[in-house]
Design a protein. Structure first.
Length: 375
C-alpha cells in the first residue's frame, strides 16, 4: 500500500509539472474560472437591468403618477418625465429604450369603464431589452391600473388576494443564477479537457511508453491523472466561488461551501474518468476536441442547468439520469441557492458516486486495452 500511494503521489506531481509547462492550458484555466464566470453573470442577453425609460404624462393624475412610480431598480432606471418633443429627441439620440406616452384624461376614462390607449415606443435596436422590457411594462401597467380601479370602486372585493414572494432571489438578479451555474458547467468542461489532454499529450510526446517500462500499474497511472487534474479544477472552482462570485459579484451563498466542494470532488471523480475514457477513443487532440463538443453540449443543456428538467420530455429526463452532471446541478443548486444540507443532497451524492465508479471502471478497462496494444 505504501508503494501504491508513493507511485500515485509521484505520478500526480509529474502531471502537475506537465500542466505548469503548458501555457495554453494555464490560460484556459485562469480564463474559465475568472473572466468567463464574470461575463456569464453580467452579460446575459435576457437580463433587464437598468433599462432607460421616459414618460410623457399628459394626464398628470394620481393614476399616471402611480404608474410612473412603479418603474424602479434593478430592472429600470428612475423614469424621466419629458414632453413629447423631448422624448422623441431622446429616443433618436439613443438615451431611452422605452418611452411611455400617457394620454390626457387617462384616469377619467379608466374609471368610466372605457378602454383608453397607452402608447409605448420601444427602441428595437436593443433587441434583448426591447423584447423582455415590453412584457415587463405591460404587466406593470396592467397591475397598477387594476389595483387603482379596485380601490376606487366602493364595495369591490376580490375573492382571492395573491401575495407574491420571491424566494432565494428576491430581485430576480440574473447574475445570481448565471455565475453559479457557470462554475458548475466549467467544472465539468475543464475536468474532462484536462484529463483527456494529459493522456493524449503523453501519447503524442511518447512518454506513455516510458511509463509502461516503469514498475507502475495502469490503475496507478490513471488514478494519478484523476487526482492531480481533479485537484487543479477543485481549487480553481473554490477560488472562483469565494473571489469572483462572493466578492466581485456580491452573490450571497446560502449553503455550506464545504458541502458543495464535497459534491464537486465526487463529481470530478466521474468527469475525470470520463475524460480519460474519451481520450482512449481519440487518436489525436483534434479528434478529442470534437468528442468533447459532442458530449459537453448535451451534458450542459439537458442536465437542468439551462432549463428545468421538468420542462423536458420524459424520455430525455430518464436518459439524463445516467449523467453525473444532472445530479451535480441538482445538488449544487440545492446547496448554493437554498442552503440544503447533507440530509437533502445525499441521494445526489450517492448517484454521482455510483456513476463515477462505473465510468472509472470503464475508463480503466479501456485504458488497459489501449496501453496493451502499445506495449
Amino acid at each position: 500500500m505504501r508503494a501504491f500511494l508513493a507511485n500515485l503521489y509521484r505520478l500526480g506531481i509529474k502531471e502537475l509539472w506537465s500542466l505548469l509547462r503548458d501555457p495554453a492550458m494555464l490560460v484556459l484555466i485562469a480564463y474559465t474560472f475568472t473572466l468567463s464566470i464574470y461575463v456569464a453573470a453580467t452579460a446575459m442577453p435576457e437580463s433587464l437591468h437598468n433599462a432607460a425609460i421616459a414618460i410623457v404624462d399628459n394626464d398628470a393624475s394620481p393614476l399616471s403618477a402611480r404608474i410612473a412610480a412603479a418603474f424602479y431598480a434593478p430592472h429600470f432606471r428612475t423614469p424621466r418625465l419629458l414632453t413629447a418633443a423631448q422624448a422623441d429627441a431622446g429616443m433618436d439620440d439613443g438615451h431611452y429604450t422605452f418611452v411611455l406616452d400617457i394620454p390626457a384624461d387617462f384616469q377619467r376614462d379608466v374609471l368610466a369603464g372605457r378602454a383608453p390607449a397607452l402608447q409605448l415606443n420601444v427602441d428595437a435596436t436593443r433587441m434583448s431589452q426591447a423584447f423582455t422590457g415590453n412584457g415587463y411594462i405591460q404587466q406593470i401597467i396592467s397591475t397598477e391600473v387594476a389595483q387603482f380601479v379596485a380601490r376606487s370602486e366602493q364595495g369591490a372585493v376580490t375573492p382571492v388576494n395573491l401575495a407574491l414572494r420571491m424566494r432565494f432571489n428576491p430581485n430576480l438578479e440574473q447574475s445570481w443564477f448565471g455565475s453559479l451555474m457557470e462554475i458548475i458547467n466549467n467544472v465539468t468542461m475543464l475536468s474532462i479537457i484536462l484529463t483527456g489532454a494529459a493522456l493524449i499529450r503523453e501519447r503524442e510526446h511518447g512518454t506513455i511508453e516510458h511509463l509502461l517500462v516503469m514498475p507502475v500499474t495502469p490503475a496507478e497511472i490513471m488514478l494519478a491523472k484523476v487526482w492531480s487534474m481533479g485537484l487543479v479544477v477543485a481549487l480553481a472552482a473554490l477560488g472562483a466561488l469565494l473571489l469572483i462570485v462572493r466578492v466581485a459579484l456580491q452573490v450571497p451563498i446560502q449553503g455550506s461551501v464545504a458541502l458543495f466542494m464535497l459534491v464537486t470532488v465526487m463529481h470530478l471523480f466521474a468527469t475525470t474518468s470520463m475524460g480519460i475514457f474519451m481520450a482512449t477513443l481519440a487518436r489525436s487532440m483534434p479528434q478529442f476536441g470534437m468528442l468533447v463538443v459532442l458530449v459537453l453540449l448535451p451534458l450542459q443543456l439537458l442536465s437542468g442547468g439551462s432549463t428545468p428538467r421538468e420542462s423536458m420530455p420524459q424520455l430525455v429526463q430518464d436518459i439524463m439520469l445516467v449523467a453525473p452532471t444532472t445530479h451535480f446541478v441538482a445538488a449544487g443548486q440545492a446547496i448554493l441557492y437554498r442552503g440544503a444540507g447533507l440530509e437533502v443532497v445525499w441521494p445526489q451524492l450517492l448517484a454521482i458516486f455510483v456513476i463515477g465508479a462505473v465510468l472509472f471502471a470503464a475508463a480503466l478497462a479501456r485504458f488497459r486495452k489501449t496501453i496493451s496494444q502499445m506495449a
